[in-house]
Design a protein around this ligand. Structure first.
Ligand code: S3P
Length: 450
């Protein structure tokens, strides 16, 4: 699919809010599917439409189907029937995790303690991403994982009896932490895990809300599972994805349009992005806040129409990074249009995402005519206050978050530009271009039919 972006000529602030329902939170959806599959419950997950479901989540659904878990996506909900911790069936083929790192790494944890062997593969991008560090953590619990020579997919997991252990993560990573905790559900003894700084905590919250014995402090301790509580039927409402919504929020800020995100997740390990916006000078307000299964959500209005003058530059370092790792690509775009020099350091993990997000962003920002300095662990960006970028060929390396970030930036090129392989956005946000149209007007985002 090709998208042609037509330039926005002038920006006039608009206080009528654009209402957006973000896609369901991808991190939470993966987890409710995996953790739910290990219960004995029928779980109904309401969704706002089949196109709100990301391709990454579909990879987890298909993986569960190959493990014998009844799961189906309908127009308005997903239905899952938990089979219990011992109820998976040995897969008859290699499980393809497509582009989804969360599917691969969380499944590694779940599969390590099974009584059968399994194999995981992925697409070209996922097959270049590190899996050995997850394998090493699981091996400390007694697992047997064989990775490719580069420590990557495809991998073999020979299910084994697992034992508890006390582990320290080499980097703050929710995927690594979750792989260990999910393996811990099958271990004899206590599984404890520490991370160098806080990463998103959906796994811990979900395990606690499902009645597992988990203590959350500087260290997370999962006590051995004895009798998990059995609930016949659960309706699990997944909040909107704050990381996907971040892209629309930045678009709204650049367009000076007020935006309201309906039912967006407000878990504090996901809202550092909002704190950063507040420091830059953006005002916002959350209403109708409620908590369900330990996950807060609400309707968040960002008063982008009230921004006067230029935004302050960004300054991000080590501790911030794990809490806004997926929002960094769109923060680069905001930094481009902010005052002074923004500096983002401590973000080396970005090089290990769906693409090398530092290298590709540096190259693309330079194509837009922006002055950028590249470091091993980040970049600095010299803001340009007049929103006029050089038209150019957009490169995004098939990376969904870069495709979204650069298409928002492209609205401010001096003439139209084209985005190839725009379907990459479906990995996390299939409705992205529709939602962008709601914000900037249909004529600025044209789909070119082949
Ligand atoms: C995720 C964790 C993050 C994030 C990814 C989703 C998760 O990765 O980048 O998109 O659902 O656990 P880390 O493992 O680097 O925290």
């Amino acid at each position: 699919m090709e998208i042609r972006i037509h330039p926005i000529s002038g920006v006039a602030s608009d206080s009528r809010p654009v209402l957006i329902t973000p896609p369901p939170d991808k991190s939470i959806l993966h987890r409710i599917l995996l953790i739910g599959s290990l219960t004995q419950s029928a779980i109904r997950i309401p969704i706002s439409g089949i196109y709100s479901i990301s391709h990454d989540v579909i990879a987890t659904v298909l993986a569960l189907e190959s493990l014998g878990v009844p799961v189906e996506i309908f127009d308005d909900h997903i239905e899952l029937h938990g089979v219990g911790r011992k109820g998976y069936r040995a897969p008859t083929h290699v499980i393809n995790c497509a582009n989804s790192g969360t599917t691969a790494r969380l499944l590694m944890g779940v599969l390590a303690g099974q009584s059968f062997g399994s194999a995981l593969s992925g697409d070209v991008s996922l097959s270049a991403r590190p899996m050995r560090r997850v394998a090493t953590l699981l091996e400390a619990l007694g697992a047997n994982v064989i990775t490719g020579p580069e420590g990557t997919l495809p991998i073999m997991i020979n299910g084994r009896r697992l034992h508890g252990a006390s582990l320290s993560l080499p980097v703050a990573s929710a995927q690594m932490k979750s792989a260990v905790l999910l393996a811990g559900l099958f271990a004899e003894g206590i599984t404890a895990v520490r991370e160098p700084s806080q990463s998103r905590d959906h796994t811990e919250r979900m395990l606690a809300s499902f009645g597992y014995d988990i203590e959350i402090d500087d260290e997370i301790r999962l006590n051995p599972v004895t009798n998990p509580s059995i609930v016949d039927e659960i309706v699990y409402e997944v909040p909107g994805d704050a990381s996907s919504a971040a892209f629309l929020v930045v678009a709204a800020i650049l367009l000076r349009r007020r935006i309201t995100l309906l039912g967006v997740g407000l878990n504090p390990t996901r809202t550092r992005f909002l704190d950063v916006l507040a420091v830059m000078g953006v005002e916002m307000e959350a209403q109708n806040v409620l908590d369900s299964f330990g996950e807060p959500r609400g309707d968040l209005t960002v008063f982008a129409d009230q921004i006067e003058g230029a935004l302050l530059p960004l300054e991000l370092s080590d501790e911030d990074i794990p809490l806004l790792i997926d929002e960094l690509p769109i923060l680069f775009i905001l930094a481009m249009f902010s005052e002074g020099v923004s500096e983002i350091r401590g973000a080396g993990e970005l090089r290990k995402k769906e693409s090398d997000r530092i290298a590709v962003s540096v190259e693309q920002l330079r194509r837009f005519g922006v002055e950028v300095m590249e470091y091993e662990d980040g970049l600095s960006i010299v803001g340009i206050l007049e929103r006029r970028l050089q038209p150019c060929t957009i490169i995004h390396d098939g990376d969904h978050r870069l495709a979204m970030a650069f298409s928002i930036a492209a609205l401010f090129c001096t003439t139209e530009v084209e985005l190839d392989e725009a379907e990459a956005v479906c990995v996390s946000y299939p409705d992205f271009f529709e939602h962008l149209r709601a914000l900037c007007g249909r004529k600025h985002v044209e789909t070119i039919e082949p």
